[in-house]
Design a protein around this ligand. Sequence first.
Ligand code: PMP
Length: 408
Amino acid sequence: MVKDIATARNDFPLLATTMNQAPITYLDNAATTQKPQPVIDRLIKYYQTENVNVQRGVYALAQATTTKYEQVRQQVADFLNAQPTEIVFTRGTTTSLNWVAQSFAPTVIQPDDEILITIMEHHSNLVPWQIVAQKLGARLRYVELDDAGHLDLKQLQASLTSRTKIVALTHVSNVLGTINPIKQITTWAHRVGAYVVVDGAQAVGHLPVDVQDLDCDFYAFSGHKVYGPTGIGVLYGKAALLAQMPPVEYGGEMINLVTRQTTDFKPAPAKFEAGTMPIAQVIGLGAALDYLTSLGWSQIMTQEQHLLQLAGSQLQAIPGVTLYGPALTTAHSAVLSFNLAGVHPHDLATVLDSQGVAIRAGHHCAQPLMTALQVSATARASFAFYNNDQDVERLITAVKMAKEFFQA
Ligand code: PMP
């Protein structure tokens, strides 16, 4: 049965708390999302009745919990339309992307080859490529923004050559809210034989992701941004590509046989999951995906688009406010970056904080993008399906208050 989104907000205990004596208006969902009670309850149940190490014990509880852990892998695979053997549990998007850069890139890159990324990348999908490019003698190239705040797709196409081995880009920008046409880009990249690595940190949880339809080679996301626990992330990789990657870490439970001098590793995904994994977090991620599924994409996307249009149009109407990113009428997720003329975003965020409104101010781990936008920082309000019109009203009132305060 589909759960009604209008009452879903009540499932999130943190949203009923206060901040600075005001009801909290949580608009920092791009940083992390709040957790619904079923996820919190699932973590408690795990620690109360299921806590054992997985993949090791022969006793009944160890086997039962191992089965639940592996069921979540199946669930994630179904969620992304992949196979469970293509789902690696990691610490988060950052770890997933670093592993592709450290382990996969050296299997396909020769000196003078090129890695193509975009100017809108989060540092997590930028710095690992800088480092690996330096190490392998490859060239790191950037796709810029066009005048409308989208990726310059003409430049992207023109940059793809037989030297391009990897195209790494974000599905949704954590600063601009731009939704990139991954399927189209994958088709172009594959024509020149390049592999496509997608940073899905801001996409999963906000729109349906089908890795087979996108035909990307790798896809990364974090549990904590999809209403699940921190400390758990996912790396999807096509089976043949995971097979050609060496493990990144070595230790318990990822081996078939160890002798004094040699080790035979298990196949993927086990070869990447060395040591005791974040078991509770995996189980909690399963509960988060169940929760999302109970709401359904149609309700989630309709509500987030409603909030984007409402907040975006009202912010735009405030004299002195500059919105960054593509027009609200184009593919745009519910992330709004803006500045108020003459007010540093940190000062703006501080006034909003005094009113109980939580937004992010800063460079959003995207310093090259800030340079391209010719700003040092922006304020960012990012929405989730549990936000409502009152949250938008509080944001707008607080921004107007900040404007009056600083103008006075
Ligand atoms: N990529 C993007 C686009 C992000 O927004 C973030 C989180 N801000 C990350 C990567 C990194 O995610 P995590 O910190 O969960 O590893």
